[in-house]
Design a protein around this ligand. Sequence first.
Ligand SMILES: Nc1ncnc2c1ncn2[C@@H]1O[C@H](COP(=O)(O)OP(=O)(O)OP(=O)(O)O)[C@@H](O)[C@H]1O
Ligand SMILES: [Zn+2]
Ligand SMILES: [Zn+2]
Length: 819
Amino acid sequence: MTTPRTGGSDPAAIAAGSAPSGAGGTAADGRCPPVAEVVVDIVAPDVDRVFHFLVPPGLRDRLEVGHRVTVPFGPRRVEGTVVGFTEQPGVPPERLRPIAALRDPVPVLTPALIDLARWMEDRYLCLFVQALRAMLPPGARGDRVRLAPRRWVRLLLDPAEARHRAETLARRAPRQAAVLERLAQAAPAAVPQGPLLAAAGAGPEAVKALARKGWVAVEEREPEPDEPAAASEPAARPPALTPEQAAAWRRLEAALAAVLGDAAAGDAPPSGGGVAARRGRGTGPGAARGGPAPEPAAFLLHGVTGSGKTEIYLRAIAAALARGRGAICLVPEIALTPQTVARFRARFGSRVAVLHSAMTPAQRLATWRAIRAGRKPVVVGARSAVFAPVPNLGLIVVDEEHETSYKQEEAPRYHAREVALARARLEGAMVILGSATPAVETYHRALEGELGLLELGRRIGERPLPAVEIVDMRREFGLGHRALFSRRLVDLLRQRLAAGEQVLLFLNRRGYHTVLLCRECGFVLRCPHCDVTLTVHQLASGRRVCRCHYCDHRQVPPALCPRCGGVALHPFGLGTQKVEEAARRLFPGARIQRMDADVTARRGTHEAIYRRFAAGQIDILIGTQMIAKGWDVPGVTLVGVVSADTALHMPDFRRQERTFQLLEQVAGRAGRGPRRGLVLIQTYSPDHPCLQAVARHDYRAMYRLEAAERRELGFPPFGHLIRAVVAGPERAPVEQAASRLAAAWRRAVDEAAVPGARVTPAAPAPIERLRGRWRWHVLARAVDGAALRAATRAVMERLREAWPRDVQVQLDVDPFSML
Ligand SMILES: Nc1ncnc2c1ncn2[C@@H]1O[C@H](COP(=O)(O)OP(=O)(O)OP(=O)(O)O)[C@@H](O)[C@H]1O
Ligand SMILES: [Zn+2]
Ligand SMILES: [Zn+2]
């Protein structure tokens, strides 16, 4: 990487994530200071800082923070983003080179989003440019997507007059006449030029000729995002709230009024300036550690499935709109169904913009622009919608806030919930996190008072939650019933099939791990250091070894069960295919369908199976996580969890939280019709407190359990975790580099005396080879997250010199996946 001669800024101004050095847009006289701070679009640590460029005279009254520009960079030209201005570049201005061009007349990012990128850089140890990139709309970089403005033609004559002139033109200029006819039909509305010309069988010269005569005008318009034709104006009237909802709403409404101001007074037009003013109230990123604000600006809405959480979101959004503020509602990608979108459109009509992954880049860009311009103050979308450039943002809702899909698994490795909270603090907005099974981290914050806690314990219409029954598979085994299905499950299946009711058989299958489980007593082999399950690996020699994926502890599988001394200690793991075979053998006449990643690899299969199931054409559906979410089939009266053990013994410190979430989700599929549902859980650990909590639908019990263990081990929320993955094409250099990193990291946390810090030895990642690359990892843990990040940043700086060429380090702060 060539270092450009134009540099010379102080990188610390950015790297420290401190106060922006002069952000804020153009000065009061409309002219910006003479030197712009630009971050170039090159993802490399050594150029990840601001560079200074002169603002040429032609741009002095136009350039703003957030503008995309082209700048000279060494011998090349590159694109970049203006992140601030300065009067004192540190070098004489005559040594600076000027900005070459403005790429987009509209500033693509807002000053608030640039502040958010700084926060992300600090919080996720990513590059500033990576954080900025995550926020850019498609097509903002390079020229791949272009949004040509659309031309619209408007008639300037009275329609009758136009028809008259068309008649006189018919012989001499039949195409102009045809255009006039059609415009007269559409008047007073303007007509898009493309379809107009096609319908009239004319070319663009016909319109030009008419425009020269002064009979029509051509207007250029921003293309509108694609929208269903019916998305006109809101029709739905909000239902009257239930007493429980009303109680939650009263508290929220008061907080909304406190944070966003009065509905009448706050009707300010969207502007960047308001952001800086609101930021002054001490709600900046630093305020996070300062404890709860006088009035909570963020809430956890903990409500069981079907308790009417969405109705609360809709009201809060309406309240933000009434104050002239915009809102973002994040939903997991999988929940971004037409039904969800329809609910928002029914309430807010054409003010709703939807961002989802199936959109083409051009559609996304059109939508993005409409949001940026303030034409769509309500944004509904998946993870990345947290960056939607809503002007004057007043509210961010994160629905199903516990969902792991909010965690981005590539750089910048952010969590949308955390970004939402940070963004809201920067922009003086409110946050509502909603879930039936909140993340332990989130619930902990609510108990600490950092979040207001709102609870909805009942379903709308008082529909009961399904009953849960646990089957002790050790007992079945002891009595000589060694099949996959317990006798109780077989009985229930037979009953349901006879009654014409539907069944879901659920299996939590993560292909990569097999635990060592005693079928007599339910014992599972764990790591002595990390309290996670050991995973059984088959070596090339045919021997087996048990390994910890956190610290690489290894041991030979014991021949006898250490707890009961029995001989039934074996690798345990089940696939959907085995379950399907077993079901077909037992019930040859039943209509059985399997649904897992293999089956649904083909596009559309998922929907097709869902439709058949919903139509009652499948008796038993067997599946993995995929069937746990969002399905609403009233015919389902039984959910069989074939084995809760795989989930319960996942080598993951969040396993109990995950198990609870997963089983509550699946349980939520049963009994949505008139008949109460039953959930049958098969397990070798029937007394496991987590399963007992599931049986009582007792979220708090699970929380207490999980919190006690995590507190002990310093896992989140009682400590912070950073994972480094070291990857490269050859094994030996990767292993060496990972060991070096682990040693240097340990020294760094020792030197900095980071409280409670621990660094594991380098270990092969559970997925040791991925796309031809070897992967090792190191985990660091500490109570003080900020101190741990600072030490980590220092290590990375130090190791950058003399680091092997083709070996990369990826840092994941607060990791979810340990694979
Ligand atoms: N106050 C109310 N009066 C009548 N019906 C309501 C009321 N509130 C919500 N509903 C209806 O009850 C159903 C469940 O509500 P909603 O979808 O808001 O619950 P939820 O908690 O978001 O559910 P989930 O967790 O499954 O997403 C919906 O059909 C909704 O329209
Ligand atoms: Zn045993
Ligand atoms: Zn371990």
